[in-house]
Design a protein around this ligand. Structure first.
Ligand code: AMP
Length: 170
């Protein structure tokens, strides 16, 4: 199965000049979801994972499935103001301005082995901020994995201290 056939390109969304990678055709096909999940699990190999942390919101789709298959807990990393308990917050740079991510302060225990997952690695700023949160809680990042990576944006550079894997490269 060629997973790229299930990724739809939307030009100039959400703003001019962005080629948005729409994963909803993939999500709409259970065979493609199963294939994608197995491929993501193959990236992890036999490594022991205690927690799968995933980034709001498109990281949650495969993040929860991965956690279940890896017998790991799932940890949501969310935009500010969404998580109800005590949080840590990490700001990060956008093209214009700042955004931030939050994690519950009890979501990861010191020394736990964490897989970070999101749908798309672009400039890497979002994933870097998520890694910083995980590390502030004492988590050990085993791998960062993505459905797809936009190589021309060099996101792996921001994550150079970690193992970064993706299923598709553009
Ligand atoms: P970045 O911080 O630049 O690596 O952006 C990554 C975040 O933005 C991920 O959570 C993606 O879901 C989203 N994103 C960035 N670029 C795209 C794109 N071209 N298509 C779909 N999602 C994207």
């Amino acid at each position: 199965m060629n997973l790229s056939e299930y990724i739809r390109n939307i030009e100039n969304f959400p703003k001019s000049g962005v080629n948005f990678k729409d994963i909803t055709p993939l999500l709409a096909n259970s065979d493609a979801v199963e294939h994608c999940l197995q491929q993501l699990l193959a990236l992890v190999g036999g490594k022991k994972i205690d927690k799968v942390a995933a980034i709001e919101s498109r990281g949650f789709f495969f993040g929860t499935l991965l956690a279940q298959k890896l017998n790991a807990g799932f940890v949501p990393i969310r935009k500010p103001g969404k998580l109800p308990y005590k949080t840590l917050k990490e700001p990060y740079q956008l093209e214009y301005g700042l955004d931030a991510l939050e994690i519950h302060e009890d979501a990861i225990k010191k020394g736990e082995r964490v897989l970070l997952h999101d749908d798309v690695l672009a400039t890497g700023g979002t994933a870097r901020a998520a890694c910083n949160l995980i590390e502030q809680l004492g988590g050990e990042i085993v791998q960062c994995n993505f459905l797809l990576e936009l190589e021309f944006l060099n996101g792996t550079k921001k994550l150079s201290s970690h193992s970064v894997k993706s299923l598709l490269k553009y």
